[in-house]
Design a protein. Structure first.
Length: 191
């Protein structure tokens, strides 16, 4: 299957999950993540916040864990006009509001932009990844462009409810791959 077909298929699969399944599997993903000790030794993290209507992995488990550990957490603030992401500081006092796409973002008066060059670990949204570490997202390239602004050695972690497929057939030379893929029951290391 090509990217377009895979995107449609796994978006459908994810939409068929119940809210209870999303929450349970999100917690299982978080439990797998906690076992990878070297991830938590870093200082600056970027975490996507879930679009609940699309039944994305609930990353608030990760965010709360990081805040309790005293880490610096940033979240995306999307600029849909130029398909880019701003990297915004997040803590317990940040007020979030859903934008028109259902994405939680800091309210504009609390939008403290942080340079992507600080980020050491980035949790990347996706629908599915393959056994080579390539991912299928929504196809807009927001994170591809954002990661180009990060450190070259930024650790890229993808979270998926589904076991990876063997191979995405139409990989482009500029497609980004992840370093670690996490599903509810498995951890996959790439590179």
């Amino acid at each position: 299957m090509n990217k377009k077909e895979l995107r449609k298929k796994y978006f459908y699969y994810r939409q068929s999950l119940s809210k209870k399944e999303v929450l349970y599997n999100s917690y299982k993903i978080f439990s797998c993540l906690k076992k990878i000790f070297f991830i938590w030794e870093k200082k600056y993290y970027h975490v996507f916040l879930p679009i609940r209507k699309y039944k994305e992995v609930d990353t608030f488990f990760i965010v709360n864990f990081l805040l309790r550990k005293g880490k610096y957490v940033t979240i995306p603030y999307s600029n849909f006009h130029n398909c880019s992401i701003e990297n915004c500081f997040f803590d317990q006092n940040t007020f979030l509001k859903k934008n028109s796409y259902g994405i939680f973002e800091p309210i504009p008066t609390q939008k403290y932009v942080v340079s992507p060059s600080f980020i050491e670990v980035i949790f990347i949204p996706l629908l599915i990844f393959d056994l080579e570490g390539y991912r299928i997202g929504y196809g807009k390239g927001f994170y591809d462009r954002f990661i180009d602004l990060c450190k070259k050695n930024v650790m890229k972690i993808g979270l998926s409810f589904f076991y990876p497929i063997n191979k995405i057939i139409d990989i482009h030379k500029n497609d980004l791959s992840i370093d670690i893929g996490i599903t509810p029951y498995h951890i996959f290391y790439f590179k």
